[in-house]
Design a binder for this molecule. Structure first.
Ligand code: ATP
Length: 164
């Protein structure tokens, strides 16, 4: 089985006493096929994810997470703590249709500067948009189980660090 190692960020920002989290809507996610009713129809379902990407050769996971956050959201962030590794397998939809075992290390990061969505033109192939959402809504709004868990972990960390 192929292996992929990625790293990503749960970027949080406090605004008027409330925590917000940066998310992206990947571009070109296949529309969901809805199988109810007389015949299947396609619905452009919004998929919300955390910013992440492959760790480059010679790069540390944290460096990759900060770089991917910058590239995919336009935000410069600083590390607070490592959250966890999430693991999943998927089947490549291109080429040999190989099964891939993937590990993604997620870090809790704090917003420092930049404007969300201010990304390079060539990134728009990967990212349809980047947005802030309320951290407390993230477990519901993020698409994947592992990423929902990262949002919950971030909430726990922030609740136990009220000085932040
Ligand atoms: P990267 O962002 O690490 O460069 P990528 O965009 O090439 O990677 P993934 O985001 O891992 O690849 O997506 C590959 C497949 O896995 C897609 O079908 C996607 O829907 C699915 N996927 C992405 N994240 C998760 C997850 N946390 N849990 C389960 N499946 C996921």
């Amino acid at each position: 089985m192929q292996r992929e190692i990625s790293a990503g960020g749960v970027v949080v920002r406090k605004n008027e006493g409330e925590w917000w989290i940066a998310a992206i809507e990947p571009a070109g996610e296949p529309a969901a096929v809805v199988l109810s009713g007389k015949r299947p129809w396609r619905r452009a379902k919004t998929v919300l994810c955390l910013p992440k990407g492959l760790v480059d050769p010679g790069e540390k996971a944290l460096e990759a997470a900060l770089r991917e956050v910058r590239e995919e959201t336009g935000i410069v962030a600083v590390p607070l703590t490592k959250l966890a590794d999430i693991k999943y397998t998927y089947v490549r939809s291109w080429g040999d249709r190989e099964r891939v075992f993937k590990i993604v290390t997620f870090y809790l990061l704090r917003y420092e500067s930049g404007e969300i969505g201010n990304i390079r033109e060539e990134m728009r192939i990967e990212v349809a948009r980047a947005l802030w959402m309320r951290l407390e809504e993230a477990p519901k709004l993020l698409a994947y189980r592992g990423e929902k868990q990262m949002a919950r972990k971030a909430m726990e960390y922030l609740a136990s660090h009220p000085q932040l």
